[in-house]
Design a protein around this ligand. Structure first.
Ligand SMILES: Cc1cc2nc3c(=O)[nH]c(=O)nc-3n(C[C@H](O)[C@H](O)[C@H](O)COP(=O)(O)O)c2cc1C
Length: 208
């Protein structure tokens, strides 16, 4: 995973290919993480994009890495990568690599952490180090009872104050059997929003 360059180690999976739009998908422990394979495959159909995934430990329960065709990073890679001063710090490398951060799904736990600046795993460290002038999109996904708790609206507003963009959750029959608001937006909706950012980048590089 590392290559030596100018005395500094680089993460070889994160070498920037010129002219590509780099999307980092961050996945947390909601049942909606079941849709990660579909989300990644649909993002990869957009022209000129590269995709990587960062996952929490709990999110790993919901997908099989064999179903994902791109590199997946988690806490284990973060800590294995660093042994001495010249080694890269993975959450900073990921933040440098990505043009857009898409948190899908964003569960109630990580929503609360991000709203309060907590960074106790690879995913939340990337978010904490994120350049707030770059796009960060988030797709909440939780049970309706969790969604309706007053702290949810406060925390979602906080994220919007940081300049992050909400792709709103939807009303549906949830995996737990309840029906109501809280389901993650459809994958097609999420990919449609990402596509708008990609097109804006294409237009600004044409006008440069
Ligand atoms: C089967 C199952 C499904 C879950 N689905 C959700 C969910 O959709 N949304 C949510 O906010 N939490 C959900 N949780 C709870 C989170 O997994 C839990 O809060 C966990 O600590 C989240 O960790 P993370 O934010 O580090 O990924 C679920 C838990 C289980 C066991």
């Amino acid at each position: 995973m590392q290559a030596e360059e100018h005395g500094c180690r680089q993460v070889t999976d994160l070498v920037k290919s010129p002219g590509t739009f780099r999307i980092l998908v961050a996945v947390t422990g909601s049942v909606a993480a079941l849709k990660l394979p579909l989300l990644v495959s649909q993002l990869l159909q957009l022209s000129g994009v590269e995709v990587r995934v960062v996952t929490t430990e709990h999110a790993k329960h919901f997908f099989n890495p064999a179903d994902i065709s791109v590199k997946i990073y988690s806490d284990q890679e973060e800590w294995e990568l660093w042994a001495q001063r010249s080694d890269p710090v993975l959450h900073i490398e990921l933040r440098r690599w990505a043009d857009l951060l898409l948190i899908a799904p964003l569960d109630a736990n990580t929503l609360g952490k991000i709203a309060n600046g907590i960074c106790d795993n690879l995913l939340t460290c990337v978010v904490r180090a994120w350049d707030t002038t770059c796009p960060l999109l988030f797709c909440t996904a939780m049970n309706t009872a969790m969604w309706q708790h007053p702290i949810t609206a406060q925390q979602v507003s906080r994220l919007k104050e940081f300049g992050y963009v909400e792709i709103p959750c939807i009303f549906k029959k949830l995996a737990c059997g309840d029906e109501g608001k809280g389901g993650m937006a459809e994958v097609s909706t999420i990919v449609g929003v990402v596509k708008q950012y990609l097109q804006r980048t294409d237009e600004s590089s044409e006008n440069a």
